[in-house]
Design a protein around this ligand. Structure first.
Ligand SMILES: C[S@@+](CC[C@H](N)C(=O)[O-])C[C@H]1O[C@@H](n2cnc3c(N)ncnc32)[C@H](O)[C@@H]1O
Length: 138
């Protein structure tokens, strides 16, 4: 996911994973892809990481932690951020898009001040476009 984010032009592309072997494997894949110096993987607890500056968040986590994750994302992410959850949907949020089939299915959500809502302009099978922050006025 981190490599794919980097290839989409998202900077910085950062991944968090507790399992040290998976962190090493991810770094190996990045090295093999020639992106070792462009992406970064931390063996770090996601719950201790602030997501306040993130406009694109992709998660692939067990369903049991997704209710807690909804709270963290809603509390920390800026308005306009996009969240993509792989394989398992967030339990109470309404996706703006659902892409892929079976194990490769992903659900996309947009952060609004009133909470994630359905966005009429995106069809359920739309291509997902990364979010960029709105330019600041002034
Ligand atoms: C469904 S697996 C995904 C594995 C791998 N990261 C990937 O993307 O293919 C969920 C992973 O979440 C990791 N995980 C669970 N709780 C975490 C946390 N609090 N912080 C970081 N990673 C966590 C687990 O170690 C596990 O490998």
């Amino acid at each position: 996911m981190v490599l794919a984010a980097h290839r989409c032009g998202l900077r910085p592309a950062v991944g968090y994973e507790l399992n040290p072997w998976l962190v090493r494997l991810a770094r190996l894949y990045a090295w093999r892809a020639g992106c070792a110096s462009s992406v970064c993987y931390h063996r770090e607890d996601l719950w201790k990481v602030s997501l306040r500056d993130c406009y694109n968040v992709s998660v692939f986590l067990a369903p049991s932690v997704l209710p807690l994750l909804e709270d963290k994302l809603q509390a920390e992410l800026p308005e306009g951020a996009r969240v993509v959850s792989g394989r398992f949907p967030l339990p109470t949020w309404q996706p703006v898009a659902v892409v892929g089939e079976g194990l490769d299915r992903v659900w996309a959500y947009d952060i609004h001040s009133g909470g994630p809502t359905v966005q009429a302009s995106l069809a359920p099978s739309s291509v997902l476009v990364p979010r960029v922050p709105e330019p600041q006025a002034g």
